[in-house]
Design a protein around this ligand. Sequence first.
Ligand code: SME
Length: 153
Amino acid sequence: MSGAVLDADRVVAALRGAFTHDTGRQGLLQLAAERIRAAGAPYTSVYLYMLHGAELVLEAWSGRDTDHSRIPVGTGVCGTAVATGEDQNIGDVTAVGNYLACNLDTRSELVVLIRRGAAILGQIDVDSDAVNPFTPAEEAAVRQVADALAVLL
Ligand code: SME
């Protein structure tokens, strides 16, 4: 995706390569988290939350640890994405009331849903230490990875 820090084509190629070498769900989610974070700033930490009933469960991540290993649908920015069916691009987390803080350095958050047809499988949650860093190009790049995962998982 031109203009984006995240080179989604490369991440998707890595995911497809791993898939053809029999990498399973856990490995693909971990690879996605690591490859996205490897893009560097503004990508600080990447969390793959997958939907299990009415809860999002943290299945893979790269970057800072989080206490939020399970998030009910409707709670926080992550749970709001599932409840509304809409990606969330929060430029300044201090400005929203429903933010679940993991640490004090995170300033912004991007949540892109992983969808297969009408079904929501989970989400890619990106934290950044920068304010308002996720341009439409970054959003599109993360969405490209999410769409690839929806096919490969
Ligand atoms: N900030 C998220 C919780 C997940 S952590 O950022 C990893 C939220 O508000 O839902």
